[in-house]
Design a protein around this ligand. Structure first.
Ligand SMILES: Nc1ncnc2c1ncn2[C@@H]1O[C@H](COP(=O)(O)OP(=O)(O)OP(=O)(O)O)[C@@H](O)[C@H]1O
Length: 264
């Protein structure tokens, strides 16, 4: 009997089943089924307006799906849930998932160190000394350990985004969602954030990444999910999806990306 790779044998850390999301009469997600295993980096790519960010926001219930369920690390949230039952499940879910946004939203009047300790102390109830030690550990992982006394306005966009990543990691999530985290950055700062994310992927962090950075999806993601019109049109190992896309829409998307890329 052939041995299955360990990553496939374990149950998925995240399991999305039959997710639908409508805004009014506008149906954005149309039945999403997706699994992410511990240690995987999964990139979600696809045309603009196809529902990638909405999907990510449904994973941590920032948007409540119209139907379907999210199962993360043993916590199940169903669209039918309401009231106390839903609130309890949301709290459990959010303690296991972190999110990094396009806008880093650091507290402007707090130092870098305090930005990374505040959530630990206030939300997790961590002892302040312990929270500082953990903050320093995560600032070092994003190579921002020399900036702990600075304020956000004294940092570049890329540095602020790395602090935002450290702040998320310090909360101890099992899964981190990245929503187009380089889109607001000047081109010369994109690389340093992607390099940090590559390092985290290499270290085994479980990441679900919505991105327009095709180079990142191709070189760093274990699996690429191509979304179109609120569906997953195809998914597979990055090299397969990029080199042999089976769906016409995926091929057309890559052709469009290649044609519209400006080279220096
Ligand atoms: N809160 C909301 N209320 C109404 N419509 C929304 C809301 N959020 C998203 N939408 C709509 O849902 C559609 C999908 O948006 P979404 O941001 O998920 O797409 P996307 O694939 O991430 O796009 P992009 O790549 O351009 O960021 C868009 O038409 C958007 O206008």
């Amino acid at each position: 009997m052939t041995q299955q790779p360990a990553i496939e044998a374990a149950p998925p850390l995240l399991h999305l089943s039959g997710l639908y999301k409508s805004f009014g009469t506008n149906e954005i997600l149309r039945g999403i089924d997706l699994e992410v295993h511990a240690g995987e980096t999964v990139a979600i790519i696809g045309p603009s307006g196809t529902g990638k960010s909405t999907l990510l926001r449904c994973v941590n219930w920032l948007e409540k799906p119209s139907a379907g369920e999210v199962m993360l690390d043993g916590v199940r949230l169903r669209a039918e849930m309401t009231g106390k039952e839903e609130q309890q499940a949301i709290r459990a879910l959010r303690s296991r998932v972190g999110m990094v946004f396009q806008q880093y939203n650091l507290w402007p009047h707090f130092s870098v160190l305090r930005n990374v300790t505040e959530g630990q102390v206030r939300v997790l109830g961590t002892d302040p000394g312990e929270a500082k030690a953990k903050a320093r550990e995560f600032l070092a992982r994003v190579r921002m350990e020399d900036f702990e006394d600075r304020y956000p306005s004294q940092l570049s966009g890329g540095q602020q985004q790395r602090v935002a990543i450290a702040r998320t990691l310090a909360m101890g999530p099992r899964l981190v969602l990245f929503d187009e985290v380089t889109s607001a950055l000047d081109p010369e700062l994109v690389g340093e954030v992607l390099e940090t994310m590559k390092q985290l992927a290499d270290d085994g962090l479980t990441m679900l990444v919505v991105t327009h950075e095709m180079g990142f999806a191709r070189r760093v993601a274990d699996r690429v999910v191509f979304m179109n019109g609120g569906h997953i049109a195809e998914q597979g190992p990055a090299e397969v999806v990029f080199e042999n896309p089976v769906h016409d829409r995926t091929r057309a998307f890559f052709d469009h990306v290649r044609r519209s890329s400006w080279t220096v």
